[in-house]
Design a protein around this ligand. Sequence first.
Ligand code: FES
Length: 147
Amino acid sequence: MTRFTVNNQPVQYALDPTTPLLFALRDASNLTGTKYGCGSGDCGACTVDIDGRAVRSCTVQIGTLEGSFVTTIEGLSRDRNHPLQQAFLAANLVQCGYCIPGVVMTAQAMLRTNRNPSEDDVRRSLTNLCRCGIYPRLVDAVLQAAA
Ligand code: FES
């Protein structure tokens, strides 16, 4: 059985090793902040951090994660909101909110390797789909968080 950590807790799922991480997180760990959108790696709603990289969890089988460190939106910050979450709240940009956890997880991974991103950098990294179409405000808020 594959062993890895989710939000700093060791996990071992009694699930088929081909189970997508997305479903293990939502159904076995009750971490429902990670959203199901397309199930095919296109929308980014399911993005989590795996070993420092933003990864679409619907495309990752749990059997491939031995020794990995997975962080979900629930584990991103402990006592207070992450600067990205603070920037999103300050900008009051959230509409339906469905894409937001995936956007935050994508942006936090980008900011870890690029502390001073340009607008182009943010646009290139944020390939998540937002059905409300608030892309310009998302980009602005990520730039605010990086400032
Ligand atoms: Fe994983 Fe859309 S649900 S990318």
